[in-house]
Design a protein around this ligand. Structure first.
Ligand SMILES: N[C@@H](CCC(=O)N[C@@H](CS)C(=O)NCC(=O)O)C(=O)O
Length: 194
C-alpha cells in the first residue's frame, strides 16, 4: 500500500496504548515490523526514539519516530487516508471524540491501573470505585455519541477514534474481573448499543 515505507512499532503485548495503534494499523491494512519492548529495562531503541517519555508505543516510519498513542493513531489515519477513516469528518464530532479519548487516558486508565498497583485492599477498593465511576461517565459519552444507542459504534458504522481509545482498555476489564472478581461491564451498568 502506498505510504507504507519502512514501518516498525515498538510495543508491549499487554499495553492498551500499543493495542490501540496496532488496531489502527490493522484497520488500514498496513504491514509493519512489531518489536516487543522491555519498558522496565529500557533498551537503546526505546531511549533513542522516545527520549522524552521513554514509553511505548513508538511508531518508526522511515526512520522517524512518532510517540503517544493518540497522536500515532491520528498520524496513521492521515498518512494512510485511503483506508476506512478513523477520525470523524465533522469537526464537532472529531473534537468530541478527542475529548472523550483524553478522558479515557486521564481517568479510566489510571483508575484501573491503580487496582493492579494498589498496596492495600482499601486502596484497591478506592480504585475499583474510580474505575466504575469512569465507566459510568463514559455512558454519558455513549448517550451523546451513539445517538441514544441507535449507532453501534462511536465511529458510526465502522470503528472510529473513540472506539479504539475505549476498546483497547476492555481486555483489561476482563483480566481484572478474573483477578479480583469485580465485574466492570454488565448489561445493567454498561448496556450494549442496539
Ligand atoms: N500516553 C502514552 C502512555 C503510554 C504508556 O504509558 N506506555 C506504558 C506501557 S502501557 C509504558 O511504556 N510504560 C513505561 C514507563 O512508564 O516507564 C500513550 O498514549 O502512548
Amino acid at each position: 500500500m502506498a505510504g507504507d515505507g519502512d514501518l516498525k512499532l515498538l510495543g508491549l503485548m499487554v499495553s492498551p496504548f500499543v493495542t490501540r495503534v496496532r488496531l489502527a494499523l490493522h484497520m488500514k491494512g498496513v504491514g509493519y515490523e512489531y518489536i516487543e519492548t522491555d519498558v522496565l529495562d529500557k533498551g537503546e531503541l526505546l531511549l533513542r526514539y522516545n527520549p522524552v517519555h521513554k514509553k511505548v508505543p513508538v511508531l518508526i516510519h522511515n526512520g522517524v519516530p512518532l510517540c503517544e498513542s493518540q497522536v500515532i493513531v491520528q498520524y496513521v489515519d492521515e498518512v494512510w487516508s485511503a483506508g476506512a477513516p478513523i477520525l470523524p469528518a465533522d469537526p464537532y464530532a472529531r473534537a468530541t471524540a478527542r475529548f472523550w479519548a483524553a478522558y479515557v487516558d486521564d481517568k479510566l486508565f489510571p483508575a484501573w491501573l491503580g487496582i493492579l498497583l494498589a498496596p492495600t485492599e482499601a486502596a484497591r477498593a478506592e480504585k475499583v470505585d474510580a474505575t466504575l465511576a469512569a465507566l459510568a461517565q463514559l455512558e454519558v459519552a455513549a448517550a451523546e455519541c451513539l445517538d441514544g444507542g441507535r449507532r453501534p459504534l462511536f465511529g458510526g458504522d465502522s470503528i472510529g477514534f473513540l472506539d479504539l481509545a475505549v476498546g483497547c482498555n476492555m481486555f483489561w476489564m476482563e483480566a481484572l474481573r478474573r483477578m479480583f472478581g469485580v465485574t466492570f461491564l454488565d448489561a445493567g451498568r454498561t448496556p450494549p448499543a442496539n
